[in-house]
Unconditional design. Structure first.
Length: 317
């Protein structure tokens, strides 16, 4: 099969198309013919060698795919064969390939109305966004701010926040993205590069960005507000962010953190099934920025790292 291999840690030139042996499903697994593979920031981090000992050169990136089950392993119902599915892969990756094995417990059947690229455009980004709002106990008419609203998690958080009845303020990095977010239903759009920022106070803040500005946004919580840190695209917050939180003690703020690494497969499947139903019913959109062939995986990473993507970047074998 064709697959993209990271030959060495570093730049996108290290993403190389190679011929690898076809995988075979082990007990409890299915073999999926990949029709679309999601490209995410975790793939960029693994390519750069920023994820510790989880990876070593020669690995195939990609943590989520959608496609067709072509074979089942021992102890797996043969009825899976021929079904279109979304599959969550383990931390070793393998998704940038023509074929991949996945634990049947991490596989979700696709509704007829949802394409494979649409499914990975939801994927972990949408699950993270949905569970962030669940943890924040969102209520109708809550005022919610979403950082990085033009990015993967932020865009899905904007769409889902609107669906859940919140008035969403979207923070983004360009006028064009702001226009797109407003057209999707964001109540307010704020350009994070503007000199003067007219932030209000918010019942909920969804933050997949983190970084040195984290504590500045903590100050924007309304009394009894809930802040969900669900990513770190800009890195970790400064070590003294706790002083900002304690400084707002009388406002009773709540700081929550969410990593999908702590969530069971059963919970992840349940959220993905709900999201697929929303897209199948055209209640929530699944936005694809651009699809690249496997041979252009380097260009896909360039697009993601440039910050120019609006929606999911997808690889199509």
């Amino acid at each position: 099969m064709k697959a993209v291999v990271v030959k060495a840690f570093g730049g996108t030139e290290n993403l190389v198309l190679a011929d690898l042996p076809d995988p075979r499903p082990r007990p409890g697994e299915v073999l999926v013919e990949v029709k679309a593979a999601g490209v995410g920031h975790v793939d960029v981090m693994s390519r750069r060698g920023e994820l510790g000992g989880s990876f070593s050169p020669g690995f195939v990136p990609g943590l989520e795919v959608a496609g067709v089950v072509v074979e089942t392993g021992e102890d797996v119902d043969d009825a899976w064969v021929g079904r279109r599915v979304y599959a969550m892969l383990d931390r070793t990756g393998g998704g940038y390939a023509g074929l991949v094995t996945a634990d049947v417990e991490a596989v979700v059947a696709l509704p007829d109305q949802v394409g494979e690229a649409e499914a990975v455009a939801l994927g972990f980004n949408a699950v993270t966004a949905l569970m962030s709002f669940e943890r924040a106990e969102v209520r109708k008419a809550d005022k919610a701010l979403v950082r990085g609203a033009g990015g993967g998690v932020g865009l899905m958080a904007t769409l889902l926040g609107i669906h859940l009845g919140a008035a969403v303020t979207a923070v983004t990095s360009s006028a064009l993205r702001g226009e797109r977010l407003a057209a999707l239903g964001a109540s307010t759009v704020v350009n994070r590069f503007a000199v003067a920022q007219a932030y209000e106070e918010y019942d909920i803040i969804i933050d997949p960005v983190g970084g040195p500005e984290f504590d500045r946004f903590l100050e924007k919580l309304a009394p009894n507000g809930r802040y969900v840190l669900c990513g770190g695209v800009a890195g970790f917050p400064t070590p003294d962010f706790g002083s900002t939180l304690l400084g707002r003690f009388t406002a009773s703020p709540t700081l929550l953190m969410l990593s999908l690494s702590s969530i069971s497969r059963a919970e992840l499947r349940a959220r993905m099934e709900r999201l697929l139903e929303l897209v199948a019913g055209k209640t929530v959109a699944s936005l694809i920025d651009e699809a690249f062939p496997l041979a252009a995986a380097a260009h896909a990473h360039d697009k993601l790292e440039s910050g120019a993507a609006f929606g999911k970047v997808v690889l199509v074998p």
